[in-house]
Design a protein around this ligand. Sequence first.
Ligand SMILES: C[S@@+](CC[C@H](N)C(=O)[O-])C[C@H]1O[C@@H](n2cnc3c(N)ncnc32)[C@H](O)[C@@H]1O
Length: 444
Amino acid sequence: MSELRVGDEVELDVGPVAHGGFCVARHEGRVVFVRLALPGERVLARVTEAREGQRFVRAEAVEVLTPSPHRVPPPCRYAVPGQCGGCDFQQADVAYQRDLKAAVVREQLERLAGLHRDLVHGLVVEPLPVPAEAQGEMPSGLGWRTRVEFAVDEAGVPGLHRYRSHEVVPVDTCLIADPRVLATGVLGRTWPGERAVDVVAPSVGEVVEVPVPSDPGAPVASPTVTEAVAAQGFSGNFEVSARGFWQVHPGAAATFVDVVLELLDPQPGETALDLYAGVGLFAAALASRVGETGRVVAVESDASATRAAEGNLAAYPSTLVVGARVDDAFGVARPARKGAARQRATRQRKLRRNPLLPPTADVVVLDPPRTGAGRGVCGQVAGLGARAIAYVACDPAALARDTAYLRERGYALRALRAFDAFPMTHHVECIALFAPGDPPEDGA
Ligand SMILES: C[S@@+](CC[C@H](N)C(=O)[O-])C[C@H]1O[C@@H](n2cnc3c(N)ncnc32)[C@H](O)[C@@H]1O
């Protein structure tokens, strides 16, 4: 097998795209994960990471010898080898970026969930609408990101992180950022004493800057911003901490609410659960459908999001916010973490179901962080006997694992949509519908 070291340059025939924003190639039997290349290309790649004992090395395409027909010049001068690690796909036209993401979702569901159904094969990644006032004159795939965390180096200079590194690359622009973010002049100033500065361009009101001190013990003053959601099936305003979770693409929240409502079709009087509820986006939409005779229970672990959710949902008397981890609320073991102290903490925790959770539910929204919900939570969700579960997934690998766990407990994937909520990057958002029973016979 080839001995490759950091800095070596090798010619490679680039194979398929893989989860994580790179393509797979081989060099004398050694697997190479090549960034900034496209499937079918021949490139000269420089090795950027070669760890002892690891079966693969990482590399970046530094020269393209045979280009893909989908290759374009990267719009941003920092989306090149050795520079910013934020965008993985600027070298591809935007439609092809979506094809690459669809291929990754398909591959994950086939490999990790064993799904080979038409539903998965025919998947396309759909663009999200960008409100004209948010994007201005920016070309497709640029100018969409309404929340950006700029890193700050030791001299106080703002920038973005190098790929797989804490090193800060000073930048004077970020083309995927909403132009209002850059108009603050955040990148033209220095930020001594800070390790980052967050800039948030909410849909309502002024842009907000939040400096994050280098001293981890120092408090971060994160103001509240207002986000308006005008979906077809629901509208409302949400208060959210500037550093709290909110979808970063300006078309995402409304589109996802519409898709979730369409998939679940909540009915008056039904009981709904919104798990990993954030500031209550889906809970509010569900409450607007189940009405006062129904019930919505939202579960969220972050204290500031929980407080915001209580305020945002105050207009819906049928809602209840439970401030807890979802696994704790269901009384299942937390996923194993490294470290003896954590193991002790897990052992000492009493595994008891939170009595505020209803014993059954008609519909469930699951919107976990990148790690996914996990086997224990999926088992508990299946045990609620819901007629429909909408799973909003920011990581296709986690979605695929949880799809397998839900299937173990009798829930089959019935519908799947995917959205380009993060153009120019490898990230993709999926929304899946699960229902009890066997999957339809479409090539399963
Ligand atoms: C992807 S966000 C979704 C938020 C919300 N559904 C939305 O669309 O705005 C995931 C949320 O889960 C919360 N979270 C992370 N781990 C959690 C856990 N173990 N239990 C409960 N909430 C958790 C995070 O604080 C975050 O608000």
